[in-house]
Ligand binder design. Structure first.
Ligand SMILES: Nc1ncnc2c1ncn2[C@@H]1O[C@H](COP(=O)(O)OP(=O)(O)OP(=O)(O)O)[C@@H](O)[C@H]1O
Ligand SMILES: [Mg+2]
Length: 257
């Protein structure tokens, strides 16, 4: 089972869209897949049209006293092979508790360990804040995928994110390979083109050689139900990004075999 955290401390860079598009692609190729929504705003959960009242069972329950089993929280979706763990608004209260409850930073990793045989891939859609939920995701992940908007401010956000990842990597004493996906790219703007060049210059080797273009069909993708595949330039770009990501994983898997 491969666990990928889709994370960036900066908001609105395409984390949820990336999670959804990569998940669709993996499910289409026959993988057994679990998507975990770790964002109290629950955009991903909404994309799957999970009713919000009463609050669904979901990722917050992994952190509560009883420690609900992850397998019992996963719900099937209309996409074959794809299960979802919904987000609950109560996730927003976790940060305060994390400071007083030792071991809470590893709760997600422990829960995922128990379902290793059920899934080929797990994708963790992270909130845009550095806190307990992000730390849980980074501690549990085998790979970090960082969607990054192609504008100058987003480059600062990326640097912050990679610094955080390096910190977690040191404390967990296990490598956390990082992959940067340029998103929301507008090749008609100078700042877009310049930012993409800078990304490649600064993070050579870690950046997907292409970029997901601005595409209105993707803008609607999270508003539509997740089964409605948007198609078009953006979705095609994500299909290529997924192939690239899987290629990055191959050498490590060969080594481990
Ligand atoms: N390539 C794209 N072209 C056009 N719109 C896009 C593209 N990618 C994402 N969007 C839109 O941009 C907005 C932000 O995307 P998304 O919600 O995926 O980002 P996020 O990083 O998950 O945000 P948050 O930090 O709030 O969780 C959404 O309205 C989404 O539909
Ligand atoms: Mg999101």
């Amino acid at each position: 089972m491969q666990i990928w955290a889709i994370a960036n401390q900066k908001g609105g860079v395409g984390k949820t869209t990336t999670s959804l598009c990569l998940a669709r692609g993996l499910a289409q190729s026959g993988q057994r897949l679990l998507l975990v929504d770790l964002d109290p705003h629950a955009s991903l959960t909404r994309a799957f049209a999970v009713p919000s009242t009463p609050p669904p069972a979901g990722s917050h329950d992994l952190f509560t006293g009883g420690g609900a089993s992850l397998a019992s929280l996963a719900r099937g979706t209309d996409i074959k092979g794809l299960d979802l763990i919904a987000a609950q608004p109560a996730l927003a209260t976790l940060e305060r508790r994390g400071a007083t409850q030792p071991g809470l930073g590893l709760a997600l990793g422990r829960a995922l360990h128990a379902v290793q045989s059920l899934y080929d891939h797990v994708l963790l859609d992270c909130p845009p804040t550095l806190g307990l939920l992000m730390v849980n995701a980074l501690a549990a992940a085998d790979r970090l995928v960082v969607p990054t908007q192609t504008d100058p401010l987003a480059l600062h956000g990326l640097a912050d994110m990679l610094r955080t990842a390096a910190m977690v990597e040191r404390s967990r004493r296990r490598p956390l390979p990082q992959h940067v996906l340029p998103t929301l790219y507008d090749r008609r703007t100078k700042s877009g083109v310049h930012s993409l060049e800078q990304l490649h210059a600064q993070y050579e080797g870690r950046v997907w050689p292409e970029a997901v273009p601005m595409d209105t069909r993707l803008r609607d993708a999270c508003a539509l139900t997740a089964v409605a595949s948007p198609g078009g330039r953006g979705a095609d770009a994500y299909a290529r990004a997924l192939r690239w990501l899987l290629k990055q994983v191959e050498p490590a898997q060969r080594k481990a075999a």
